[in-house]
Design a protein around this ligand. Structure first.
Ligand code: ADP
Ligand code: MG
Length: 448
């Protein structure tokens, strides 16, 4: 094994940041290059999740960068130090030999971006974060099951993946299964059809940590709930850790069997709230830091003020800013930021309404508490304002039906669709309702 001259690694990185900024992450600086003989350059990475990310998304860019840095036609492989030391030199085979014992269904691979390091802790998620950390340190012993719930884009998936990555780091031999609820169910149905139920069950019995994202999707899966119940029980009784996320607390997931509701709630249930401004500023900075992008405070503040409901938009905004900064060859400042992302907030006429504006205005107008508006209560005094809120959100923001449902207490897109149709229909025949909505719209438009 030969170390590769460090200038080669430096120019590989430069080439990557210049030509492929969107895949680059700050931890690329920790990658080492080894072994250039035999037409292949091997890149040593320290985390299995980073390894998978590189193998999945970065082989071509690295090949390109390596060839332009060395002027030679080299192949690239990504490996962990573990692989390098435990396998005799000339047997280092393709990077696909990761032996970390994490099982992932095809779609739901872990992202190295979703680690505890990059998760911002604020008053809105403190409990969920602390519990997640405890679960990662002491799986099966701290809180079991650990159930985290909250609206769309508030960091549930991030936290779940952070648990997996941390647990894997603490104990590389741990058997971990991370999946979405739907993927789990589909596997189960495949097993039923293929007559392979025994091996399906046997497989799940052997995990130390089972993490199922978006467990609320169990609602519409009548018969499959039964199977999940058994899998859950087997693991739970064996002292294995189960971690679940959902858009609603266990007792508010519609059509969930009572026995599942009570199982899900018997460990720790933690809520993630919408992040406050300070938390959002910190998240913006954390996302930028992942891409080695330094943002001045006024820029981070500008982004955080405009993206207040769906944190997912932050990533898109940062990519745009990064691209403009590259093209300009200049440091990021406020003027550049406005140029890069100002459009994004003007695309809907001249309004910049957020769903939070709508929630606040509607609850204020009807004298309701926000929690009432978002609750499961179906009394007309609450359900009508709620439907009006969804209707206004659809009309005056760019959010999808599913996202709107998420903000309105974790409802699904069909509920939102129904609300919009219903208000549309009533508005024509009901003058009082029509006036209320017109009044609400004028209040909202003043705000924007
Ligand atoms: P959810 O699963 O709750 O819908 P995600 O976990 O997908 O939400 O989060 C959406 C985006 O917001 C991700 O890019 C995630 O990294 C980011 N995010 C949310 N909360 C935080 C946080 N507290 N710190 C850092 N990033 C966060
Ligand atoms: Mg999610």
């Amino acid at each position: 094994m030969a170390m590769v001259d460090s200038t080669v690694m430096r120019s590989v990185l430069e080439h990557l940041w210049d030509s492929y900024p969107s895949i680059c992450r700050h931890w690329f600086n920790d990658i080492e290059a080894v072994d250039m003989d035999g037409g292949t350059i091997r890149f040593l990475v320290h985390e299995p999740v980073q390894l998978r990310y590189l193998q999945r998304s970065c082989t071509e860019p690295f090949t390109d960068a390596t060839q332009s840095a060395t002027g030679r036609l080299l192949g690239v492989e990504f490996i962990t130090p573990d692989q390098l030391s435990s396998i005799p030199k000339d047997e280092v085979v393709s990077g696909a030999t990761s032996r970390a014992s994490i099982d992932l269904d095809g779609e739901m691979l872990l992202s190295p971006d979703y680690s505890f390091d990059s998760f911002v802790v604020g008053p809105d998620n403190r409990l969920a974060h602390a519990a997640a950390l405890a679960v990662a340190q002491q799986p099966g012993r701290a809180y079991n099951p650990f159930f985290v719930h909250g609206g769309v884009g508030l960091g549930k998936t991030h936290l779940l993946q952070a648990i997996c990555q941390q647990a894997m780091r603490n104990d590389p031999g741990m058997r971990i299964y991370y999946t979405s609820c739907n993927a789990f169910m589909n596997q189960f149905l495949d097993a039923v059809q293929g007559g392979e139920m025994n091996s399906f069950r046997h497989r799940f019995r052997n995990y130390d940590l089972l993490v199922v994202d978006d467990i609320h999707d169990l609602s519409n899966r009548g018969p499959s709930q039964e199977e999940f119940f058994h899998t859950f029980n087997t693991l739970y009784q064996g002292g294995r850790q189960v971690v679940l996320s959902s858009d609603a607390p266990p007792n508010e997931i519609p059509d969930l069997e009572e026995r599942l509701t009570s199982r899900f709630g018997c460990g720790l249930v933690a809520n993630i709230e919408r992040p406050c401004y300070e938390t959002r500023v910190a998240i913006v900075k954390s996302k930028a830091a992942l891409r080695s992008l330094q943002l001045p405070d006024d820029v981070a503040g500008y982004i955080a003020a405009r993206i207040d409901t769906n944190i997912r938009e932050i990533e898109g905004a940062i990519t745009k800013i990064q691209t403009v900064a590259m093209l300009d060859g200049a440091e990021v400042d406020l003027a550049m930021t406005k140029r890069a992302i100002g459009e994004q907030f003007r695309s809907n006429g001249s309004t910049q309404l957020t769903i939070q504006d709508i929630l606040d205005t509607v609850s204020g107008y009807y004298g309701l508490k926000l929690t009432e508006l978002l609750s499961k209560r179906r009394h007309k005094s609450v359900s009508l304002p709620r439907q009006i809120g969804m209707y206004l959100a659809r009309k005056h923001t760019r959010f999808s039906l599913g996202e709107i449902g998420g903000y309105f207490g974790g409802r699904d897109h069909t509920t939102v669709m129904h609300a919009i149709k219903s208000i549309d229909g009533k508005r024509t025949g009901d003058d009082r309702l029509d006036q209320d909505i017109a009044q609400l719209e004028s209040v909202l438009l003043e705000q924007s």
